[in-house]
Design a protein. Structure first.
Length: 366
């Protein structure tokens, strides 16, 4: 009987596979908990590394004119901050006017739902909700209650500005000390082949991330301008606002276009009287975005940098779950970093194996 149970023991490779799966699960769960728990500090730090990889080659070009890394890093950070501030100002001010028209959009949406459902109760419910909203907004007294949005913003503002400060400072030091960080990491290894592999990984990661983000940035600028002029030709209000939003949201793969379609549908409902006319901005955006996604981006970036859509979707879902919209921005660059590291590790392992195999073949031939 004991021999029978001994024969039922799993094979060693099964045990190794289970151990590897358990270790992977522990690492994923522990890493996820760390990302969520340390979001306030880790999010700006990781974002600064991604942006720093993007602007690293620009800092190198500035340093070729005899400028020190400290000065080139400061110039890049100041330029990035000014560009980002200008973009936010150009978006937030016009967007606030459209936010004030949300009650009108809500009323039209309720009307469409009522027409589709054919029930008077839906119309009555929408009217009551609108009247309640209007009566509350008619009072010009601002009340701050426990748990209100104003209180939430007041408490979250210090954290937000602290994250911006962490991001800018870490971005500066990363750009200014990139070469020192690379030299330090390479110095941790004593084997020459490993040192060359680590150096190659650093160079490839910076090259791929910089090329990807800069290419996507120029593509998004072109996309935003094209959508702006198309919406302007169609008579859509504030066309350059929606074009700029389209360019910014295009950084978030899959999710950004969905948000843009919903926003333009709301703009169409507020602007036009019929549902067919309200779909005009959505159709314009969908056509232009489809051309960009299917033809322009693969042509400019190249097929070699195009990632598996399923991996992109899983990575995007994970990072948005962990860090929200910021996670959506860094999801694809993080996947590119991991992909580049894995490819370099595979090449590092494959080269010695191929050499040893060739040596064995020569010995056998002799």
């Amino acid at each position: 009987m004991s021999n029978h149970f001994e024969n039922l023991q799993p094979a060693p490779w099964v045990i190794s596979l289970l151990q590897l799966g358990a270790l992977t699960l522990v690492i994923v769960l522990g890493g996820s908990a760390l990302l969520i728990w340390g979001q306030v500090i880790l999010a700006p730090l990781v974002s600064s590394i991604v942006i720093g990889l993007m602007f690293g080659p620009l800092a190198d070009r500035i340093e070729k004119f005899g400028v020190s890394p400290a000065v080139s890093g400061g110039a890049v950070v100041v330029a990035f901050f000014l560009i980002l501030s200008t973009m936010l100002t150009a978006v937030i001010l016009p967007l606030s006017g459209w936010i004030s028209r949300l009650p009108e959009l809500w009323r039209k949406l309720q009307g469409i739902l009522a027409d589709w459902q054919g029930m008077m109760s839906a119309v009555e419910g929408a009217r009551e909700q609108l009247n309640k909203f209007t009566s509350q907004s008619a009072d010009m007294v601002v009340q701050v209650e426990d748990g209100s949005p104003i209180e939430t913003v007041a408490f979250s503002a210090p954290t937000f500005f602290a994250q911006i400060l962490i991001f800018l400072v870490s971005l500066y030091f990363f750009i200014a000390t990139r070469e020192q960080i690379k030299t330090f990491v390479i110095g941790l290894f004593s084997v020459e082949r490993t040192r060359r592999a680590v150096s190659h990984i650093f160079d490839d990661v910076e090259q791929f991330i910089s090329r990807y983000l800069l290419s996507i940035t120029f593509i998004n600028i072109g996309l935003g301008l094209t959508i702006s002029f198309a919406l302007w030709a169609a008579g859509i209000p504030a066309p350059f606002l929606w074009g700029m939003l389209a360019g910014v949201l295009n950084y978030i793969t899959y999710i950004g276009p969905v948000i843009m379609i919903a926003s333009l549908f709301g703009v169409g409902l507020v602007t036009f009287d019929t549902l067919n006319a309200a779909l005009i901005p959505v159709i314009i955006y969908t056509i232009i975005n489809g051309i960009e996604a299917q033809f322009v981006t693969p042509t400019i970036i190249g097929r070699a940098m195009m990632l598996n859509p399923f991996l992109v979707f899983v990575t995007l879902t994970y990072w948005i779950w962990a860090w929200g919209p910021l996670g959506g921005f860094i999801a694809v660059p993080m996947l590119l970093i991991v992909n580049t590291i894995v490819q370099n590790l595979n090449e590092t392992v494959a080269v010695p194996n191929s050499k040893s195999a060739a040596k064995n073949a020569d010995e056998i031939a002799e």
